[in-house]
Design a protein around this ligand. Structure first.
Ligand code: CMP
Length: 134
């Protein structure tokens, strides 16, 4: 099934000039980039985007990291986009990310894990609406 998903390139990856390399991996894996922008997250957007994690032990660390620099948001389309992007991105814990995945190549830690990818079609719809409200 043709699906849409959301990719965020997080502040540790934008700071190390990895935007181009990550978007090249996306395009080389047959995703079509249909929306793209650079932005900064604020408190309110972080609390909405990561609502399910509010109150968890890592939340404040995650939030201050997400507010610490530029983020690139992209809406991607392809066959089975959600699962295919998650395969390309790799495990959330970079120590477990498979060789050649985006997190294997660009993550620095569990929090600074280079990218976010939607985990279901429901999440994709919600997250795309938050990052691209227009
Ligand atoms: P992401 O895919 O953006 O979704 C939620 C984020 O929370 C996740 O990537 C990690 O950056 C962070 N995260 C999730 N679980 C943990 C954890 N146990 N410790 C630290 N950070 C976490």
């Amino acid at each position: 099934m043709i699906e849409k998903t959301l990719l965020l390139i997080k502040p540790n990856a934008t700071k190390k000039n990895a935007i181009g390399a990550i978007l090249k991996m996306i395009e080389d894996n047959e995703f079509e980039i249909t929306k793209l922008k650079m932005f900064r997250m604020d408190n309110e957007l972080a609390d909405k985007f990561y609502a399910e994690h509010i109150g968890k032990s890592f939340y404040e660390t995650l939030k201050s990291f997400m507010l610490s620099g530029n983020i690139v948001g992209a809406v991607l389309i392809r066959e089975d986009a959600i699962i295919k992007l998650r395969e390309l991105v790799g495990n959330t814990n970079p120590e477990k990310a498979a060789l050649g995945t985006i997190r294997y190549l660009f993550a620095d830690s569990f929090t600074e894990n280079a990218v976010h990818a939607s985990d279901s079609s429901q999440s994709a719809k919600r997250e795309i609406g938050l990052i691209f409200p227009e």
